[in-house]
Design a protein around this ligand. Structure first.
Ligand SMILES: [Zn+2]
Length: 428
């Protein structure tokens, strides 16, 4: 693993400097933050580094407009890093971490992250989720060499950031289910050590939803640990499969479209929470699917598929990427027939596994709402039509087998979209 030091404890912010020296020696540091994270822990971080004899330069993004992880932000941080041999210490959330991770990796330098909220699992993951020329993708780059989090600071994080982290954590239910599906189909085998790293802490976070909603130290600590563990799982696999399934692909479409509410980008965890409820709903619908529903459905020709992709993505570059991905997984003729046969044959086993892996939708929905997560597109300034569109696009952008591919290959994608009418945003 790239991460050599992970320090999560009360008062850890005082140890930023000594930890930095332990990892990198007496090198200069570049503090990367935004107006927000600078206020939360910036001065304590700089003080701790300076106390350890480290010279600190600063690269501060403005609070508004919110920083966006794209090639421009990455270039800005890289240019600043290039001024000397400094090592970046990034203070903050998913976006800042992704920008710094990628910029450091382009210069082949390690870096350190100081977490300010339990809001995403990207703190410890190896790749960076960024948009290049408008196409959202996970670029490979090394995970941080040092992760440090002060639990006092995590507990004081804004409620919506804690809720975001809870949403990103709950996504591991559906991500896991998609992995089970891929495993049953022989597309991508489950690695049981990595599986346990993600799925065990997930269950304990789920059991502590009440404590998390009330910012109890134990629950917040469990949430941060679970998010870190899924980042470590991705480091080990060099793949985000253990932590990300169709619910993340839905959120990637919304990220590319800059979904926002009240002028602010909707957080990763919030988009993923709505994606998770959507995918749970699609799996529950699958449980009621009869084998006879799966026979004789028509399938798209590649030409029809190509036209659908071109009309979905007006941006030429983005359409090109989506075409390449979709072509790589497109099945027709005998290969499609064989896949359909395999899917139909595994349906009974799949139904059993769905019942074991996924909590009932209603129960999951109420814990998400309790913690403050959205569960329906209308909660994040999107309509049901927007959701259906995102689900359609989600199946076009990545060659990772998910329940969306199952519906597509069985010729039941329209049925999947139709059943989203039944998605509930109700508080029970
Ligand atoms: Zn995520």
């Amino acid at each position: 693993m790239d991460t050599k030091i992970s320090l999560v404890q009360r008062g850890a912010i005082e140890k930023v400097g000594s930890t930095f020296v332990e990892a990198f020696g007496h090198t200069n540091a570049l503090l990367v933050a935004d107006g927000n994270t600078l206020r939360v822990a910036g001065f304590a971080t700089v003080r701790s580094l300076e106390k350890a004899g480290i010279e600190v330069r600063r690269f501060i993004f403005p609070e508004l407009p919110q920083p966006y992880a794209d090639e421009h932000s990455i270039a800005q941080v890289r240019l600043s890093l290039e001024m000397d041999n400094c090592i970046a210490v990034v203070l903050g959330s998913g976006t800042l971490n992704d920008i710094t991770k990628r910029a450091s990796s382009e210069l082949d330098r390690p870096y350190m992250v100081v977490a300010t909220a339990p809001s995403v699992d990207g703190y410890t993951s190896y790749g960076a989720a960024v948009s290049i020329k408008g196409f959202k993708q996970t670029l490979s780059c090394a995970a941080p060499q040092v992760v440090l989090a002060d639990t006092d600071i995590l507990c004081e994080a804004p409620s919506d950031m804690i809720a975001s982290g809870y949403g990103d954590c709950m996504a591991k239910f559906t991500a896991g289910m998609d992995w089970i599906l891929a495993d049953l189909l022989g597309v991508q085998a489950i690695r049981s050590d990595v599986w346990d790293m993600v799925q065990k802490p997930l269950r304990s976070v789920y059991a502590h939803h009440h404590g998390i909603a009330n910012r109890q130290r134990e629950g917040i600590g469990l949430l941060f640990d679970a998010l870190s563990a899924s980042g470590f799982a991705m480091q080990i696999m060099h793949d985000s499969r253990p932590a990300s399934g169709a619910e993340h692909l839905i959120s990637h479409i919304w990220e590319m479209e800059h979904l926002s509410k009240d002028g602010l980008a909707v957080s990763h965890g919030f988009k993923v929470a709505v994606g998770t409820m959507t995918i749970v709903h699609l799996y529950e619908e699958l449980a009621s699917l009869d084998i006879s529903d799966c026979y004789g459905k028509s399938s798209q020709s590649w030409e029809e598929r190509k036209q659908a992709i071109l009309s979905f993505f007006p941006n030429e570059k983005v359409a090109e990427e989506a075409l390449a991905v979709s072509k790589a997984k497109f099945l027709e003729g005998e290969a499609l027939q064989a896949r359909r046969k395999a899917l139909i044959a595994l349906l009974p086993a799949l139904k059993q596994r769905i019942a074991e892996q996924l909590p009932p939708a209603q129960e999951l929905r109420s814990t998400l709402l309790e913690v403050g997560c959205p569960v329906h597109p209308s909660h994040i300034n999107a309509t049901l039509v927007d959701l259906k569109r995102a689900v359609l696009g989600a199946q076009m952008i990545r060659n990772r087998y998910t329940v969306l591919d199952l519906y597509y290959e069985l010729g039941l994608f329209d049925r999947a979209l139709e059943c989203l009418e039944g998605l509930s945003g109700r508080v029970d």
